[in-house]
Design a protein around this ligand. Structure first.
Ligand SMILES: Cc1cc2nc3c(=O)[nH]c(=O)nc-3n(C[C@H](O)[C@H](O)[C@H](O)COP(=O)(O)O)c2cc1C
Length: 142
């Protein structure tokens, strides 16, 4: 089971590489009760200001996840800073234990700071990064 939030498609692309049927967090939030159970669970989200987008924070804070292995993949455009640590402790404060967090540098969609055409022209070796993170998840790395 894999959840994702994506504004411009990076996270959707990653999510589709990791799972055949990723679930949209925006859609899941419409459900009144959110209790999820699966052997492995994942969440793909962009980094916003070194943290998670509010919608993803809300989803984590108000859902129950029952799983043996919970992984998170964060995409970003420039610097992932301490977003992985921030995410780990945010989830922990809502009684969600994250086993693995990977980050993937992709096209930056923060348009006030970056030019989209320049970003699209850059090769950030995204497929290579996705392959590596997928291998880590399949190996159930901590
Ligand atoms: C409001 C906003 C804040 C962002 N903050 C960061 C940031 O702190 N660091 C970073 O490297 N990229 C940042 N980005 C870029 C996104 O994290 C990145 O482009 C991500 O892959 C977008 O995923 P999506 O296409 O699935 O929405 C930000 C983008 C937006 C729109």
């Amino acid at each position: 089971m894999l959840f994702y939030f994506s504004a411009t498609g990076n996270c959707l692309h990653v999510a589709r590489n990791l799972d055949d049927n990723p679930l949209s967090i925006a859609q899941e939030l419409k459900k009144d009760e959110r209790v999820y159970q699966d052997e492995t669970m994942g969440l793909v989200s962009p980094i916003y200001g070194g943290e998670l987008p509010t919608i993803v924070q809300d989803f984590i804070a108000t859902s129950t996840f029952q799983t043996d292995y919970f992984y998170v993949v964060l995409t970003y455009g420039n610097l992932d800073t301490a977003a992985a640590e921030w995410t780990y402790y945010f989830a922990k404060s809502h009684r969600v234990n994250i086993d693995y967090i990977g980050t993937i540098k992709m096209v930056d969609n923060y348009l006030t700071a970056f030019d989209m055409n320049e970003q699209m022209a850059m090769d950030k070796h995204e497929d290579e990064q996705i392959r590596q993170v997928k291998a880590n998840i399949l190996a159930r790395l901590p």
